[in-house]
Design a protein around this ligand. Structure first.
Ligand SMILES: [Zn+2]
Length: 89
């Protein structure tokens, strides 16, 4: 799990996600499944606590170690879009 503080944290992971173009499946708001490079899917959880701190969790090895992986970046791009829709709805 990592705490999302700035978009710059995601730059490298976003670059990688653009190259790899993983499939992102929507489970529910804040919960996504992203295809891994070796097949299978990783679960990415995006949440925000009541102090406004955004935490992202991915079940892959890098995510386990607190690194920003491309699965998280891919899921976040969908999540951010959905969150924006919710606010304007
Ligand atoms: Zn991951």
């Amino acid at each position: 799990m990592f705490i999302l503080k700035a978009k710059t944290q995601l730059e490298k992971a976003i670059e990688k996600a653009k190259k790899i173009r993983p499939t992102v499946k929507f489970d529910c708001f804040g919960r996504y499944r992203v295809s891994g490079s070796k097949g299978g899917y990783y679960t990415v959880i995006c949440r925000r606590d009541n102090r406004g701190i955004k935490a992202v969790e991915c079940t892959c090895k890098a995510g386990d170690e607190g690194l920003v992986c491309y699965h998280a970046a891919a899921a976040l791009s969908l999540h951010v879009g959905l969150a924006r829709q919710r606010q304007t709805a």
